[in-house]
Design a protein around this ligand. Sequence first.
Ligand code: 3SL
Length: 244
Amino acid sequence: MKLFVYHTPEAAPAEQLPDCAVVIDVLRATTTIATALHAGAEAVQAFADVDLLFQASDAWPEAQRLRAGERGGQQVEGFDVGNSPLDCTPDVVEGKRLFLTTTNGTRALKRVEQAKTVLTAAQINVASVIDYLKAKQPETVWFVGSGWQGDYALEDTVCAGAIAAALWGEEPADLGNDEVLGAIALYRQWENNLVDLLKLASHGQRLLGLDKEKDIIYCAQSNSLNVLPIQQSPGVLVKYNGEA
Ligand code: 3SL
């Protein structure tokens, strides 16, 4: 297994794809995806574009859909919920498809949607991702941070580091790029203090300004949920059930 970390979707090599892409947006899209699937959502369908989301969700039975997402951190007008994982409780999401669009996370998913396997990771479900990768041993793995509008985001890299640290032991030759070691070092430095790191991060600061401290605290928990989102068809993520 050869590991690569790309801090943003733009940093991932064009016209190449890995055997397995792990998309990360700790604040907050992949945390929301994991939480929704754990709470019983039928699937999460990701869109980079609001208009395309409306078109696709219009064709879905009203009682079985939720339009979710944000722009500038705030719920999109006409949507049922924003992008807070705290909104994804079973009474809200159970049995429903979440049609989700976010500023960066869903764009990162779009970049790698043609990879053989696409997973999403957040701090709350790193162990499920680690277990899957250890069991399946894909030849090449990309950790793709969502970043913020093309820029580096600390919280995505620290999560990539948490997974890479668990996978990379004896075999340094399996490092695909230098960013992997950088991510592991960041994780080692902050693993016992992730809430503070997320609050220091520029997007954490942005969310604090929107009064979303509870979201940050939730997103900073390690392994609070045993759930692995896996792409079933382009843009559609479901809960991995142990098959395939
Ligand atoms: O950029 C994204 O994809 C979002 O997760 C950002 S926010 O935390 O919902 O503002």
